[in-house]
Design a binder for this molecule. Sequence first.
Ligand SMILES: [Mn+2]
Length: 430
Amino acid sequence: MTSMISTSVIEAENESRKEALKRDYEGLGERLSRRGIDIESIKRKVAAYGVAVPSWGVGTGGTRFARFPGPGEPRNIYDKLEDCGVIHQLTRATPSVSLHIPWDTVSDLSALKEKGTALGLSFDAMNSNTFSDAPGQAHSYKFGSLTHTDAATRRQAVEHNLECIEIGKALGSKALTVWIGDGSNFPGQSNFTRAFERYLDSMKQVYAALPDDWRVFTEHKMYEPAFYSTVVQDWGTNYLIAQELGPKAFCLVDLGHHAPNVNIEMIVARLIQFRKLGGFHFNDSKYGDDDLDTGSIDPYRLFLVFNELVDAETRGAKGFDPAHMLDQSHNVTDPIESLMTSATEVCRAYVQALIVDREALDGYQQENDALMASETLKLAFRTDVEPILAMARLEAGGAIAPVATYRASGYRTKVAVERPAVAGGGGGIV
Ligand SMILES: [Mn+2]
């Protein structure tokens, strides 16, 4: 196994924090046992949990206004995998990487797979891109891709998705995520019904090429890049797509792709109930699709989403197997630090949801005791579960304090020397 960060750095950093962690863990264990919760079983669950890192996440993101690249940005997919290796080595929570084609230029697939294996990383869902034009492509996506009025453009977009499936097969991926930028900027510009008919027709061709053990995830988004209408605008349309396509099609919920104040956890519950929840793109937002770091704005909402997931897990909901991925844009931070922090936030929400007293909650719901039902959730959310997360990392060979350990390692300074600055780069917001 290739270690990106020297294990001696991790050990030295952990040594200085180990005793305090042990005391904190024991103290929390005692408090939880008073509530009838076994801290060890919670720790085992979070230790087995993983969230995928998007390959594009390790590059600096940007806005319509500017992008400010940081030092040592990854130059290619191999550099990106190494950065993902750092994140997993320190957090032990991100065992897989999600590729984005053609932002990731892949040529030697077996070398790529080998590199991933050496870093302890597998390949999560493949992401196709038909929302921007690749150099030299025959037909432009300016006016759409899978829903374009021109059949040849639609065909090209379908072919690209088929190519993504082929690449994914070679890498051991088991899912394709399709997000399209198709939509309109003017009332009347697009016929809603015809555009959606064309979408379904194109997606049926993609679906037909899916291997039996694959799933296809479609992602809804309310607005952007089209600002009047998008073809897959909300979870209702997304659900229709999954229903129309068949049993291998599922809805992906990107937390940022909703209007402010939308009850996302309720959407999650509905999709679970009707067995169409495919997975998540985790991020956070204040105003729209801000792609802010997961848990940085509204950690309670993230917890409420996980509350639905743990509820489904606990009752053994049929067909429940969502894929978890981070999808956010790092404009002002070191992407490695943001992704480590965000992976930890996802794990934290999971653990907080695991310690909800579900029996008590059920009782309060039955009795219509609104206040105590809410307090039951709040009790779990208010519990500082960091010792569980840190102990799980320590026992798995990770860092008690990932960001401090990363800074102590000098990784960014080292790669800044090896990787000369490049213009552009594959940052993006989808
Ligand atoms: Mn997304």
